[in-house]
Design a protein around this ligand. Structure first.
Ligand SMILES: [Zn+2]
Length: 319
């Protein structure tokens, strides 16, 4: 991407013509903002905090003055998003690229073979038919020299709202270190703790995850739109919660793609509690939902159909 002027939709490879009411240059692309609202997130190892000056023994969990910021790992976020992308393709009747190498050392025997029988194809096998591979391979990247087309950043967080810039992919969130104690059930022990476990959690996460497309292919946008809708609709299903502590309700994410027709000021407005959506924003929401979104999804269907002959092509007979 050399600059905004050269930003065009890369769609010559698709067997359909798209009817988009706006040019992509009028949209926020190549950036895409994923809105996040998560009451409790336990990122596990996927959190980096800036409390270098307050080491573990000086940290006081109930100190209201502790203003700890940090980053949520893009690895945690990326796996979550990719899993939903795979599910969207599988529901459409296509197979998804397996995330792992076929010769990797899996912790369970036969797991790779089992996955190949349930909606996955061997990673990179799709490049035999199509140089770019399937849409997952193309978007997330393949082997060594095959970079993905989707740049996934970490989400920086801060407990101080005015320091959060949603245009930079940041979120307001409150870091706490929680201690769980497992106590003895045996009466003789008088309920004394057997084991203590510390867990890093973030409360009330609210902000954006900023993604950037290195190439704006419409089927990428279609896949991300469908995957994010899927995550939102299945947010309390174990397999699609984000991070750890899922049995305790962590990682249930309200998630959406911020309307790409918005201006940067309008993106900020979405996350400003004191401002409601303007009439212009509501009009853009209508145009997006009725005219733009369906075209991006049609592009995804066409790309999936081009690889997997049995996926119905939108607009063709019987589809
Ligand atoms: Zn593939």
């Amino acid at each position: 991407m050399t600059g905004e002027e050269s930003l065009t939709l890369v769609d010559e490879h698709l067997p359909i013509d798209l009817d988009m009411p706006k040019s992509v240059a009028e949209m926020l692309f190549p950036d895409l903002y994923i809105g996040l609202e998560i009451d409790l997130l336990a990122p596990g190892d996927g959190v980096l905090t800036d409390r270098h000056h307050a080491s573990a023994n000086r940290y006081e969990a109930d100190d209201a003055m502790n203003q700890i910021g940090g980053q949520i790992s893009p690895f945690t976020l990326s796996g979550w998003l990719r899993h939903a992308c795979e599910a969207v393709l599988q529901i459409a009747g296509a197979t998804a690229c397996h995330p792992g190498e076929s010769n990797a050392d899996y912790m369970r025997a036969d797991v790779y073979e089992r996955d190949l029988e349930s909606g996955y194809h061997e990673k990179g096998a799709c490049t035999d038919e199509h140089d770019a591979g399937c849409v997952i391979y193309d978007l997330f990247g393949g082997f060594g020299d095959q970079p993905g087309k989707l740049l996934r950043r970490p989400v920086s967080f801060s407990p101080i709202r005015r320091e959060v810039d949603v245009l930079d992919g940041e979120a307001e969130a409150h870091f706490r270190q929680m201690s769980n104690q497992v106590r003895s059930r045996n009466e003789e022990d008088g309920g004394q703790p057997l084991r203590q476990a510390d867990r890093d959690v973030l409360g009330n996460v609210e902000g954006t995850w900023k993604l950037t497309l290195r190439e704006v292919k419409p089927e990428f946008v279609g896949l991300l739109l469908e995957a994010v809708s899927f995550l939102d609709a299945h947010s309390d299903e174990f397999g699609f919660q984000l991070g750890g502590a899922r049995n305790f309700g962590a990682g249930i994410a309200d998630v959406w793609i911020v309307n790409p027709l918005y201006t940067e000021q309008e993106v900020r407005r979405v996350f400003n509690r004191s401002q409601a959506a303007t009439q212009a924003m509501e009009e853009k929401d209508d145009v997006w939902a009725s005219e733009c979104r369906p075209e991006f999804v049609r592009a995804l269907q066409a790309r999936a159909a081009a690889r997997d002959g049995d996926v119905p092509v939108p607009g063709s007979d019987g589809a």
